[in-house]
Design a protein around this ligand. Structure first.
Ligand SMILES: Cc1cc2nc3c(=O)[nH]c(=O)nc-3n(C[C@H](O)[C@H](O)[C@H](O)COP(=O)(O)O)c2cc1C
Length: 359
């Protein structure tokens, strides 16, 4: 006898195994990406997230103008992670010529994917200083969603210039505001212009980072874009449960994680194990957090020695988030000026020792 309604549990499939994400020639496995985040997704953090199982990491957004002007600080951000795995570079701008030149610089630096930012809500990015901010925004980031023809032209121009082996992607919000949620109309046009992957953060520009993520608009984008162009869902994924909610509600082909990975690269290992049908890894205890914090600091020392104290203050606080006493630790860390004092503080906090043990 076939299974009836009473047997429903017996026929519910296990976790939907994720197929690797294919973006042109690039294979992203598992299909779980680290989101671009300014002041967060630097070389060191991208390296750590790759080690924990992120399928692809993306640099923070880099100004096309700054790259073209040769700004050294911005150019350094084009570097691959220490592990040398494929990575994406995100660019922002609203003029084709600098975006094209910056995309070629990203390709020369080794980027396996170039992403155009069409979602940044920051006033200094969306407003070009003319007209009224918020009413006649003519800047870049999310303002491009107000100007779909320009957004399409930029994608076409960058696509035409990039080597064929390097896919171009776009990262959108659901729209500008509740009245103008145009991602489902814009995404297929960007796909037709040459975008090989569309990522949607399910919030409008007006929402910033508040309110609930709108999974329905991401679902509409998935339905509107041809099947050959993958859609990546983004917003509020912090663990296996929210990952599955994003996939099930939207049908997206990949998931991107931002804030949920800050101070918590273990989220990638948990999702990877889930997708492979393996038992969940043990959540990190304080010793494990200290181990990864120290690895993260070592990468900062090696690759960004000029900023290491500033980075160490932030990192100690990020890895301590959620632990009892984190607020007091933060206050102390922020006043410290020496890397040795910061590492001692971290060792004391996480392991109860002033120095890390050799094991
Ligand atoms: C500190 C911070 C910096 C960010 N910088 C960028 C950026 O450079 N480019 C971008 O497309 N989005 C940026 N975002 C947005 C994230 O990529 C992501 O879309 C958003 O945080 C929602 O995903 P989440 O809920 O997983 O964090 C940033 C978000 C945060 C919190």
């Amino acid at each position: 006898m076939g299974p009836g309604p009473a047997d429903a549990d017996a026929i519910v499939p296990g976790p939907r195994r994720a197929t690797p994400l294919r973006v042109g020639a690039l294979v992203v496995d598992p299909p779980v990406l680290l989101a671009p985040m300014a002041e967060v997704t630097d070389l060191a953090f991208r390296t750590i997230c790759e080690e924990f199982g992120a399928g692809l990491t993306v640099t923070e957004f880099l100004s096309a103008h700054a790259l073209c002007a040769g700004a050294e600080k911005t150019r350094r951000k084009l570097r691959p992670s220490a592990g040398g795995r494929p990575y994406g570079v995100q660019l922002f701008g609203r003029e084709a010529a600098p975006l094209v030149r910056a995309a070629l610089l990203a390709a020369d630096s080794g980027a396996a994917l170039v992403d155009l930012n069409m979602g940044c809500p920051a006033r200094k990015v969306v407003w070009d200083g003319k007209g009224q901010p918020d009413a006649t925004c003519r800047g870049s980031g999310a303002a491009l969603m107000l100007d779909p023809d320009l957004a399409v032209r930029l994608v076409a121009a960058v696509r035409a210039a990039l080597p064929a082996a390097i896919p171009l992607s776009v990262k959108l919000r659901s729209g500008w505001d509740e009245r103008r949620k145009n991602a489902p109309e814009l995404a297929p046009r960007l796909g037709a212009a040459g975008a090989a992957l569309v990522t949607v953060h399910g919030r409008t520009r007006a929402q910033g980072f508040g309110g609930e993520v709108d999974l329905e608009t991401i679902r509409q984008v998935r339905a509107a874009v041809p099947a050959g162009i993958p859609v990546c869902g983004n917003g509020d994924v912090v663990d296996v449960e929210s990952f599955e909610r994003m996939r099930t509600a939207t049908g997206c082909d990949a998931v991107m994680i931002g804030r949920g990975a800050i101070g918590n690269p273990w989220v990638f290992a948990a999702i990877r194990a889930h997708l492979r049908g393996q038992p969940p890894p043990a959540p990190p205890d304080r010793r494990e957090k200290l181990r990864v914090l120290m690895r993260h600091l070592a990468l900062c020392r090696e690759h960004e020695p000029a900023n290491v104290v500033w980075e160490a203050r932030k990192l100690v606080c990020r890895y301590a988030r959620g632990e009892p006493g984190a607020a007091r630790l933060r206050a102390r860390a922020m006043s410290m000026e020496a890397i040795e004092a910061l590492t001692d503080l971290a060792c004391e906090f996480f392991a109860g020792n002033p120095k890390p043990r050799a094991d």
